[in-house]
Design a protein around this ligand. Structure first.
Ligand code: ADP
Length: 291
């Protein structure tokens, strides 16, 4: 297969890796970026490239998120090897993680335990010291002492504004969001800020050939830990052994069932803004419940 990466970017990769790139291979699975395996004289590496206007900032934020999760040292995270740009194009180079062909039974238990261990990393406030992205959308991480204010002001409101600006939401939806906001304090008992992956769908974890769970493509911040569980359940959910192991390692507060949809609302709003009006029904279903 031909090498389809520009010579200027290949030169930067050669410098970062101190290796000769022999070939590139297509790797599918992502939503946003062009992903490739770089085959070099020193082994394989994972490469992502994007030429959108925020591409370099996105990869810079992704690399900070990966490093923050790696620092917790409780779950697999590919090493960040470098990032760079040439004109409009930006790229990120990571350790290549070889995926297992089949997920073995004991994987789910380790994954649940290790995600729980990640979530035990806490901070004195919700938010983060920098803003980042979810998919290609900006994610605000202003620090807040109180989860409900953080969730409304830094998660839902920016998405609501984006959707109104692009006419995906209308005035009646805004009233419905206001009613939902009034319910949130009673639905959400105090919970310590937890280091979350932030975009935990099935394309963002991997089972390595050694059956080790790896997290990729994060939208990290210190948040309510149920955000990760809510996202994991948005499109069918992970294996039940994952949830059992998580709960055993780090039991949830009563009432998760009532918080699930309000938490999924953020991810549905992100989908609405990224992929368009086909997500509006799911958003409305949740809003109707609270108005
Ligand atoms: P995008 O930002 O476009 O969503 P991802 O970072 O999710 O891209 O990567 C796309 C796919 O590539 C993932 O679903 C995963 O299967 C695979 N992948 C991601 N990171 C690595 C890695 N470090 N090594 C090997 N494969 C990876």
């Amino acid at each position: 297969m031909p090498i389809d990466i520009s010579p200027a970017i290949l030169d930067q990769c050669t410098d970062i890796l101190d290796a000769e790139v022999l070939n590139t291979r297509y790797i599918g699975g992502g939503d946003i970026n062009v992903a490739r395996i770089l085959e070099t004289n020193k082994g394989r590496f994972f490469f992502k490239m994007n030429s959108g206007k925020d591409a370099f900032s996105m990869f810079a934020a992704e690399s900070m998120g990966l490093k923050l999760m790696a620092k917790a040292n409780v779950i697999g995270v590919p090493k960040v090897l470098g990032l760079g740009q040439n004109g409009q194009q930006a790229f990120l180079l990571l350790e290549f993680i070889e995926k297992a062909e089949h997920i073995p039974d004991d994987f789910w238990e380790s994954f649940g335990q290790q995600l729980a261990a990640l979530h035990k990393n806490t901070s004195d406030q919700f938010g983060l010291d920098h803003n980042n992205f979810i998919g290609s959308l900006p994610q605000v991480n202003d620090r807040r002492n109180d989860w409900v204010s953080f969730y409304i002001e830094c998660r839902l409101e920016p998405q609501v504004k984006m959707a109104c600006d692009s006419k995906l939401l209308h005035r009646t939806h805004l009233h419905q969001f206001e009613s939902l906001y009034r319910y949130l304090p009673e639905l959400m008992p105090p919970e310590a800020p937890a280091l979350i992956h932030g975009d935990l769908w099935s394309g963002n974890f991997m089972c390595s050939i050694k059956a080790r769970p790896y997290l990729v493509d994060p939208a990290v911040c210190y948040a309510h830990r149920e955000m990760d569980l809510a996202m994991s359940k948005l499109f069918g959910g992970f294996d039940r052994r994952f949830y059992l192991a998580y709960e055993e390692a780090f039991p949830l507060q009563p009432g998760f069932g009532q918080r699930l949809k309000p938490f999924q609302l953020y991810y549905l709003m992100v989908h609405l803004n990224l992929f368009g009006s086909s997500y509006l029904n799911s958003v409305s279903e949740i809003l109707n419940h609270y108005s």
